[in-house]
Ligand binder design. Structure first.
Ligand code: HEM
Ligand code: HEM
Length: 298
């Protein structure tokens, strides 16, 4: 169409597919040339009979919409386009691209990212650190328990809000699908919801089924930890908010990891010492040894 600023992918009879720009000013001679706006990173590829064209274009500042036409032709002359068909479908291939809703989307992505990083990326791991390490110290019983439950419950509330904003972002761009990020996100929501029911289903500490509850609760808890962190990195790759945000999170999670390794070592020292104390003490006849050994889990 005369006046069109065209980006084209052209497939010659032999040789690689090429990407070119044409400022179309006549129906008779179509000449490759610069467009009226800046274009960069222009490239084309082909797989399984589908040709794709990629490029970035500079839109004037403050532009709110873009008139867009597209076209497909059946033949080339070398790497020059030949005339395309003129069926009603060819003539109707036009639309207006609305540029005004990008700002809320970017803001929506940022809110979604922040909520999820705070919840799945920081609060759940901190809650797990509390359960695993603070529990070792008898004097922290039952404080560790209330800290663990309140930390995980708040993380859940924020995490579900973050998850909901994700679904909203996803539904606003039906043509863009990140199925891994989406599936891991949905799995996380299900696992965390099951985990919160731990509150209702928990057998008493000395109940014979408590071991099974512990296995389930630890298993689901660590699955949430790993999948949560994984999905955050997938989220960073989708939103691409800039390296510094990713680096900031890597620093935070490394510090938490460092704290966990340090506390793991301390816990082992405490536990081993307790064991050796117990084995050197004679049985005192009042079962005190046993009650000292088991003051921990609520
Ligand atoms: C989604 C939220 C939750 C997550 C991700 C989570 C995760 C974990 C993890 C990973 C552990 C094991 C720590 C270790 O290695 O020793 C743990 C322990 C524990 N959690 Fe949770 N938890 C959550 C919610 C809750 C809730 C709501 C309760 C309330 C009943 C609870 C009660 C406990 C208890 C009692 C233990 C110690 C179990 C034991 O005796 O070994 N957790 N939690
Ligand atoms: C564990 C934490 C996270 C969970 C559970 C989660 C969950 C989700 C879900 C369920 C969707 C909807 C996908 C769809 O329907 O197509 C989504 C989309 C999205 N997420 Fe996340 N997300 C997490 C972390 C992040 C982070 C940290 C970022 C950015 C730094 C991020 C960026 C995005 C973006 C940009 C979309 C929209 C994709 C689109 O345009 O379709 N996510 N997320």
């Amino acid at each position: 169409m005369v006046g069109a600023q065209a980006l084209m992918a052209l497939k010659p009879a032999s040789g690689p597919i090429v990407a070119k720009t044409y400022n179309i000013s006549s129906y008779h001679s179509i000449v490759e040339g610069k467009l009226s706006f800046d274009v960069w990173d222009l490239k084309a590829d082909e797989s399984n009979g589908t040709m794709r064209l990629f490029g970035s274009v500079k839109v004037p500042k403050g532009a709110t919409s873009l008139n867009q036409v597209w076209q497909v032709g059946s033949s080339v002359n070398g790497t020059q386009p030949r005339i395309h068909a003129m069926t009603p479908d060819n003539k109707n291939s036009k639309s207006t691209l609305d540029l005004t809703d990008t700002e809320p989307r970017v803001a929506g992505g940022a809110i979604h990212g922040i909520l999820n990083v705070v919840s799945w990326g920081i609060m759940f791991p901190v809650g797990i650190i509390i359960a695993r390490y603070v529990r070792t110290f008898p004097s922290a019983d039952p404080v560790w328990f209330y800290l663990h439950v309140s930390c995980q419950f708040s993380a859940y509330v924020i995490g579900v809000a973050g998850w909901g904003t994700g679904l909203k972002l996803g539904s606003e761009s039906p043509s863009v699908v990140y199925s891994n990020h989406r599936n891991i996100g949905i799995a996380l929501f299900c696992l965390a919801t099951v985990q919160i029911f731990a509150l209702l289903l928990r057998p008493k500490k000395d109940h014979k089924y408590r071991t099974y509850w512990n296995i389930y609760h630890h298993g689901v808890g660590y699955a949430i930890l790993i999948l949560g962190i994984l999905n955050i990195f997938k989220g960073y790759d989708i939103l691409k908010p800039g390296e510094k945000w990713k680096t900031a999170y890597i620093i935070v999670i490394s510090i938490l990891g460092g704290i966990a390794v340090f506390l793991e070592a301390i816990t082992w020292i405490v536990v081993l010492r307790r064991r050796s104390n117990k084995s050197t003490k004679p049985y005192d006849g009042y079962n005190n040894g046993q009650s000292r050994q088991e003051p921990l889990a609520l």
